[in-house]
Design a binder for this molecule. Structure first.
Ligand code: NI
Length: 261
């Protein structure tokens, strides 16, 4: 009988905005709760230059937090090139774990659709030059984001907060990308549970998107990294894999994508 390999079970929250003001009153406690829930690592997605400093301060203050750098599609406007210059400056000074979050968001506002495309393409090129994965935000724009990614065959990354259908999931997997799965998989009527049952977990990584999109039973309340456990429990129920197996699989996927060792 083969020897059971030693599994040190832990989770990675691959998408947590714990530097936002929602955590100003209890950030240390929230990260402590994460450790207690075996969420050992939190990856911090950038939004724009208005929050870079607070993000980098949180990363420097707390252990096992890793910052990305990038311009969120909802922060793209006529001045986006200034923001990209700031990002390039940061990249010359130090290492980041990924370029993100970047992408397309046609839900809130379509004023800057064209500029969102430009910023997305340019940031993918920055990612390729710096040998970094990308973290994609795609709201009402999954197919459009898939099409953009197809134009850049050298890039890897994750479709953060994936909530699309089976066909879209398969296209993303075929591109070699990961699916970031969070609280939405616990929502009734979202349909993501059915998609996961069909496609399996080979390309899944876990995320909260804290402070947003808290899983059931905290839906509508503030989300935090410790709630990764609730997402993992849902995936365990959907896949018949144990919590240990979910942890091992998703953590390995995240470590590989973000080159964490
Ligand atoms: Ni986000």
């Amino acid at each position: 009988m083969p020897v059971q390999p030693f599994i040190s079970m832990y989770f990675i929250d691959t998408h947590a905005h714990i530097y936002l003001p929602e955590f100003d009153d209890d950030r240390a406690a929230a990260l402590q709760r994460a450790q207690e829930a075996n969420v050992k690592i939190s990856i911090l997605p950038a939004i724009d230059s208005s929050t870079h400093d607070t993000m980098l301060n949180v990363e420097a203050t707390y252990e096992n937090c890793y910052a990305m750098i990038g311009l969120h599609p909802c922060s793209v406007n006529q001045d986006y090139e200034k923001e990209l210059n700031i990002i390039e400056k940061h990249l010359k000074q130090r290492k980041f774990i990924a370029i993100g979050e970047i992408g397309l968001d046609f839900y809130w506002d379509k004023t800057f659709t064209e500029l969102q495309y430009q910023a997305f393409h340019k940031q993918i090129e920055v990612a390729i030059q710096n040998d970094l994965p990308i973290v994609i935000h795609s709201r009402n724009a999954i197919d459009e984001c898939i099409d953009v990614v197809k134009e850049h065959p050298r890039v890897t990354g994750v479709f953060h907060c994936f909530s699309g259908n089976e066909e879209q999931a398969r296209k993303i997997i075929d591109l070699g990308f990961m699916l970031g799965i969070g609280g939405v998989v616990t929502f009734k009527n979202a349909g993501l549970d059915k998609v996961i049952e069909k496609i399996g977990l080979t390309n899944v990584i876990l995320e909260t998107d804290a402070p947003y999109l808290a899983p059931v039973p905290y839906r509508g309340k503030r989300n935090e990294p410790a709630y990764i456990k609730l997402v993992a429990e849902k995936l365990s129920a959907l896949s018949n894999l144990s919590m240990e197996e979910i942890a091992e699989l998703t953590t390995e996927n995240a470590k590989k994508l973000f080159k964490l060792r």
